[in-house]
Design a protein around this ligand. Structure first.
Ligand code: ADP
Length: 682
């Protein structure tokens, strides 16, 4: 990749795809220009670009979708080409044409090719006599209710209504019988009109349990084309992909060739140029049907790159610069090496219909990249996830010599990805990847619905790991930098800990457990409800993100060894278990107050002490109110986190205190310890 293609390109996108395109451009010595909305001023893609142009505006329409602003940015910076990524303007024929008119290379197909495939109905009409199999259906211009009902009768139920102008799963409706057809047509039209400004519908036979298998094609401007094999994208929610893999499990060489050639025929029919994807539905009898062609780079292109070793963005840049496919490339020469699987990490709530989530990414720790693990990410810790754009945060892709190894690598990498602050589908994906049905590649587009039961089973609460973390916490402060000795050795820091402790543990679901831990020469014996657990372990500080400490817990529970990352703040403990994350509430009694390392109680915010309810020397119970503060016209109670002896009261009623000021000191005496223990036994 050393030849000269462009001096400078503009990337008309944001997030992971913008960052990904920059990676290849930089490797080729091409300068990159980012564009950004007001909401993205500090986004990763802006930081990574050589130059960045503010578009102003916040919504997509005011920024990334405003083709005049984008073209102005390209002109102003002297960019010779524009990479549109996916979404936004990538399949906008008018934009491709405007680029051509402005003398700026559009890194994608011709405007005519985009137009030909932009409408699902006309794309099908175009392919009617091409020999490419279509899903049985109706894609005509005549849109009266009568005509649509007649066609529905001919096609048979169940059927699918789709918006001709559709995309992203919007405007699709399954119709089970003639009884609801009229209402469904009306609803689909409404959805299509509001989403695409176009209410034309097409009808397709609704295939039962098909797989979504698509073929990556690539053509240069000289009519040379290849297919880079297929991807299985059957694991979907709301008709949108969440897991993709290449090659598709269960493919035969003959089927691969038939599908590949059909896909290439579609591309050739429209004199395609660049990277494109032809989507098919594949049924159990290995019959396949054309669905649509996406005239751009797909989100899931990395799995194809991983098995073929091809950098598709490099090929795109070559072709946009007027060059052909690389010399040594032919259909015969393209390899399939091993297997690759991708997951799409979304800011969304799997427990609430996968609706997009927003918030601040207060924790974002990516797994290590390697030859077999690729992370395409557009975010960094501290980013604000806004409601304005697509909620995809990143893609994690893993390769292996075979599917089993790729799956193992992906699960390991995803388990190491730590995210918090915004709801994501991380745990849901971990669960998907852990299903036996997934390991067995029992793929079909209803995979998630079919496995709903298993996917929603709650994880058992790992009280013992939460307890062990609390027990080991005091060792963190005194931990030497390098701990060369055997972590399981009970000597050293563990013996310096109190001989007995009572822990109050609370799960995020609000379940509370009191556990008594007694130190022994192996670590601790923990009485958890009616079971007794032998615990041993070691806690290591790995990093810090704001008020969150990132720790690694080496645990041995009844002799069973495990190692897991966790995130700890004053009020929360988040365990990143291999099966998913698990949250615990800490220091409930402190409310919003903080307890410092010496058992002191500090002011949660600047304010005034209203009332002191205890005196030094007084024995207090867990939860007892010690002091009342006022701040911002609201009263806050400072409570005892556990039974203790009041050692010192540092402020009196009427005093003004700054945030973080120590207010009282408590001591856990033997008497208090006994009380805590008694409470635990109760
Ligand atoms: P969009 O362009 O809105 O994403 P597609 O036409 O690509 O819509 O279809 C999205 C998904 O919907 C497919 O991957 C598949 O799961 C499902 N689907 C589409 N057409 C059919 C059909 N005829 N029968 C069964 N499922 C279908």
């Amino acid at each position: 990749m050393t030849e000269h293609l462009f001096n400078k390109i503009l990337i008309a996108n944001r997030g992971e795809i913008a960052v990904r395109v920059m990676r290849t451009a930089k490797a080729l010595g091409i300068r990159t220009v980012a564009i950004y909305s007001d909401a993205d001023a500090s986004a990763l893609h802006v930081q990574q670009a050589d130059e960045a142009i503010a578009l102003g505006g916040v919504t997509a329409a005011e920024s990334y979708l405003d083709m005049h602003k984008v073209l102005d940015a390209a002109r102003a910076t002297g960019a010779e080409a524009i990479h549109p990524g996916y979404g936004f303007l990538s399949e906008n024929a008018a934009f491709a044409r405007a680029c051509e008119d402005a003398g700026i290379a559009f890194i994608g197909p011709s405007a005519a090719a985009i137009e030909a495939m932009g409408d699902k109905a006309s794309a099908k009409a175009l392919l009617a006599d091409s020999g490419v199999p279509l899903v049985p259906g109706y894609h005509g211009d005549e849109q009266s209710d009568e005509r649509l009902s007649t066609e529905a009768e001919r096609i048979g139920y169940p059927l699918l209504l789709k918006a001709s102008a559709g995309g992203g799963g919007k405007g699709m409706r399954i119709v089970l019988s003639a009884a609801t057809l009229h209402d469904d047509i009306a609803a689909a039209r409404r959805e299509a009109r509001s989403a695409f400004g176009d209410d034309r519908l097409l009808i397709e036979k609704y295939l039962i349990r098909p797989r979504h298998v698509e073929v990556q094609v690539f053509m240069d401007s000289f009519g040379n084309g290849v297919y880079l094999f297929e991807r299985d994208c059957s694991v979907q929610r709301r008709h949108q992909k969440v897991i993709e893999e290449a090659p598709a499990p269960g493919m035969t060489a003959a089927l691969r060739q038939r599908m590949g050639e059909a896909a290439l025929a579609v591309a050739q029919r429209i004199q395609y140029r660049g990277a494109g994807t032809v989507e098919f539905l594949l049924d159990a009898n290995h019959e396949f049907f054309f669905m649509e062609m996406n005239t751009r780079l797909q989100v899931e292109h990395p799995v194809t790159e991983m098995i073929t070793g091809v950098d598709l963005v490099y090929w795109q840049l070559r072709v946009a610069a007027g060059k052909g496919l690389p010399q040594d490339v032919s259909q015969q020469s393209l390899p399939i090496n091993g297997h690759a699987i991708e997951i799409r990490l979304y800011a969304e709530d799997p427990d609430n219909h996968f609706l997009p989530a927003i918030g601040r990414l207060k924790l974002w720790q990516a797994p290590e990249r390697s030859a077999s693990v690729r992370l395409d990410s557009g975010v960094q810790q501290g980013d604000e996830v806004s409601p304005y754009y697509d909620p995809m945060l990143a893609k994690l892709i893993a390769h292996g010599r075979d599917r089993t190894e790729a799956l193992h690598n992906l699960r390991t990498a995803l388990a190491a990805l730590q995210v918090d602050g915004v709801k994501t589908n991380r745990d849901f994906l971990l669960r998907l990847l852990s299903l036996e049905a997934f390991a067995n590649a029992e793929l079909s587009t209803d995979f998630i619905e079919r496995n709903q039961h298993e996917l929603t089973q709650p994880l058992p609460t790992h009280w013992e790991l939460a307890a062990l973390t609390e027990l080991l916490l005091p060792t963190l402060a005194s931990q030497p930098q390098q701990q060369a000795h055997d972590p399981w050795h009970a000597d050293g820091f563990q013996s310096a800990l109190p001989a007995q402790r009572v822990l109050r543990l609370e799960s995020a679901a609000g379940d509370v457990l009191r556990a008594r831990a007694r130190a022994n020469d192996q670590g601790w014996n923990l009485q958890l409800a009616d079971q007794s657990v032998q615990l041993q372990g070691r806690l290591e500080l790995k990093g810090q993100a704001d008020d969150i400490r990132l720790l690694q817990l080496e645990a041995r529970v009844n002799g069973q060894q495990q190692s897991l990352p966790l995130a700890l703040s004053e009020h929360e403990l988040l365990l990143f278990l291999p099966q998913g994350s698990q949250r615990f509430v800490r220091n409930r009694w402190l409310g919003e107050q903080a307890q410092d390392d010496h058992g002191g109680l500090t002011a949660p915010m600047a304010g005034q002490v209203l009332e002191v309810k205890v005196q030094p020397g007084e024995q207090v119970e867990a939860g007892q109110v010690l002091m009342i503060m006022e701040a911002m016209k609201m009263e806050h109670s400072i409570r005892a986190p556990q039974a203790a002896l009041v050692q010192a009261v540092l402020y009196q009623a009427g005093d003004q205190v700054a945030e973080g000021t120590e207010l009282l000191q408590l001591e856990i005496t033997a008497e208090a310890e006994a009380e805590n223990a008694a409470e635990a036994d109760a």
